[in-house]
Design a binder for this molecule. Structure first.
Ligand code: GDP
Ligand code: MG
Length: 594
């Protein structure tokens, strides 16, 4: 396939608007997968199927015959969630066009807008598709007008489809071939590759997904990665159909995979440029290293399981290089890890995969964002764990990460949303009407305020009708304090957190109350306190109580007594001792959530 017979495109959509279903239908129509097979063929991970989201982008090459000519059409699937927006933009960079898929009943939503701008900034050609026209609530004419108003795309260019019934689908591939330009690379230029995704295969090692921008990539070539200077030999190249099918070469404009003997996906820097050994080229713009935006501690429930957890984490991060992992020790929880994630969903997905794929039982600490401290001498420091927050030291400033959030809502809910955002320290930056019934709001919000059910609150005050998306914003100065929980005067490091000064009192009191609730009575008095920057702000006291596990066994059933004692011992192994108080792990689980 010469470049003019190649088309590389992606599908961008708000979650649940039908992207995976549409991709399946396109695969079936071109014979890449059998009809009526497993739904969401491209969503391979169990967590993707369960949550109905795409975590890793997938790519598939289709051959399609149009007006008597064969075309190689590459569909690059993108992750649908904002946490993965860097991956979305890397995948889009391998495309010249995108299908902008909108649910004809729901209309344009926040993620539709955010993803549109990612594609628009990369100057992709956009084919609008209104899906789910089979639904009784579908209003394709109204949504087509919205598309015109919001994206400046003529309403009559919208294709109308139902990925469910198949209606209108025949128009999609012809539109891709006619509207989306072929890749513009130079077939006779020096080899230039864009690396846009990578995953780990148990049998074959790291599989890198690439677009050949210029030149031809052949099996046996030796290449250099611009960002790391590492050299690799191309052991295998091929197309994903969707399973890997080896070829001798990939030509200009083609999207496919390469295998190089690379050991870990950490070496595969998404957005990087590769060239032939000793034949350097100008790297493509836009590469940036991954930055973790959410950190949390990860500990085994029982200390004895540390090695098992360590190997599960290692295997899982082979496949998800965007998780940053560091060893960490906590007085309360023992040996564990501090992990950095792209966002909260990314973190939850990682925890769920640890559990589902490796059966690991874990305690995770309250997630925190990275804070940047400016010291009196002008130096700065990034902290990723609240217990690193210095006490009794004067700082020149504390800075926290923010996000630029987009919210689209039916207009009557605007007042309630403004109240919610204000309570979360948000600043409105835009307020626009999208037609007669909908409003678009933009806010600058502290990233830390998105934890603790922001999204759930938004859904509940708008009866589920508001949609929400965000992208990383600037650092902002904030009045923050470190909040500690103490038992008999001893702080529990794993429960330390950073909160806004105005919220410290309320959160501290709630944590003390929750701790009292969770603790079983001890044999001595326990004092529970909360401290903001070292100063006590809340307190609860628990009176002593004598507990005797054998009290229930009157008489001399020795084996029953022994069983109870053993059970108690087993329980003890799972306890953490702080301020001479034994804490069962359930305490951590519930306090982290307060
Ligand atoms: P994604 O999140 O964008 O990948 O969306 P999915 O493809 O997972 O689809 C979300 C839901 O919408 C699933 O329950 C699909 O079966 C359903 N769906 C997708 N396309 C259509 C359609 O054209 N009509 C109807 N009625 N339902 C659809
Ligand atoms: Mg999907």
């Amino acid at each position: 396939f010469p470049p003019d017979k190649v088309r590389n495109f992606s599908i961008i959509a708000h979650v649940d608007h039908g992207k995976s279903t549409l991709a399946d239908r396109l695969l079936e129509m071109t014979g890449a997968i059998p009809r009526g097979g497993r739904a969401q063929y491209l969503d391979k991970l169990q967590v993707e199927r369960e949550r109905g989201i795409t975590v890793k982008a997938q790519t598939v090459s289709l051959v399609y015959s149009h007006k008597g000519e064969d075309y190689l059409v590459n569909l690059v699937d993108t992750p649908g969630h904002v946490d993965f927006s860097y991956e979305v933009s890397r995948s889009l960079a391998a495309c010249q066009g995108a299908l902008l898929l909108v649910d004809a009943a729901q209309g344009i939503q926040a993620q539709t807008v955010a993803n549109f701008y990612l594609a628009f900034d990369l100057e992709l050609s956009i084919v609008p598709v209104l899906n789910k026209i089979d639904l009784p609530a579908a209003e394709p004419e109204k949504v087509a007008e919205q598309v015109q108003q919001v994206f400046d795309i003529p309403a009559d260019r919208c294709l109308l489809t139902s990925a469910k019934t198949g209606k209108g689908l025949d128009a999609i591939l012809p539109a891709i071939i006619e509207y989306i330009p072929p890749p513009k690379g130079r077939p006779d230029g020096l080899l230039k590759l864009l690396l846009f995704d990578a995953y780990h295969d148990e049998y074959r090692g790291v599989i890198c997904l690439v677009e050949v921008i210029d030149g031809v990539l052949r099996k046996g070539d030796r290449v250099t990665a611009c960002s790391t200077g590492e050299n690799y030999e191309i052991l295998e190249v091929g197309l994903l159909t969707p399973d890997p099918a080896a070829t001798q070469q990939l030509r200009t404009g083609q999207v496919g995979y390469v295998i190089t003997g690379m050991k870990s996906t950490r070496a595969a820097r998404l957005g990087d440029t590769w060239h032939l050994l000793k034949q350097p080229v100008e790297p493509l713009p836009g590469f940036k290293p991954i930055k973790s935006m959410v950190f949390a501690g990860l500990y085994p429930v029982s200390n004895a399981d540390f090695d098992a957890l360590a190997s599960a984490v290692e295997r899982l991060t082979l496949n998800d290089a965007s998780v940053a992992v560091k060893r960490e020790n906590s007085t309360a929880l023992g040996a564990g890890f501090r992990c950095g994630y792209l966002g909260l969903l990314h973190m939850e997905v990682f925890h769920q995969r640890l559990h589902q794929e490796y059966g690991a039982s874990i305690i995770t600490t309250t997630p925190t964002v990275p804070y940047s401290l400016k010291h009196a001498d002008g130096s700065t420091e990034e902290i990723q764990n609240p217990s690193q927050f210095p006490l009794g030291k004067k700082l020149a400033g504390i800075f926290e990460p923010t996000v630029e959030a987009t919210i689209i809502t039916p207009t009557p809910h605007v007042g309630a949303i403004m109240q919610l955002a204000q309570g979360r320290r948000g600043e409105m930056t835009e307020h626009a009407l999208l037609g007669p019934e909908r409003t678009l709001l933009k806010y600058t919000l502290p990233l830390a305020e998105l934890g603790g059910n922001f999204y759930d609150s938004l859904k509940s005050i708008t009866s589920g009708y508001a949609s929400f998306d965000y992208e990383a914003g600037q650092q902002r100065r904030a009045d923050l304090v470190r909040l500690d929980l103490l038992l008999n005067g001893e702080p529990i490091d794993a429960l330390a957190r950073v909160v806004h000064r105005e919220k410290a009192q309320k959160v501290g009191a709630a944590m003390c109350a929750a701790m009292k609730d969770q603790l079983s009575r001890q044999m001595f008095e326990v004092v529970i306190q909360a401290a903001a920057n070292g100063k006590i702000i809340a307190r609860e006291t628990m009176k002593a109580f004598r507990k005797n596990v054998l009290a229930k066994c009157y008489g001399g059933d020795v084996s029953r007594k022994r069983k109870l004692l053993e059970k108690q011992k087993e329980g003890k192994a799972r306890m953490r001792r702080v301020g001479s108080v034994d804490l069962p792990q359930a305490v951590f689980h519930s306090l982290m959530r307060t």
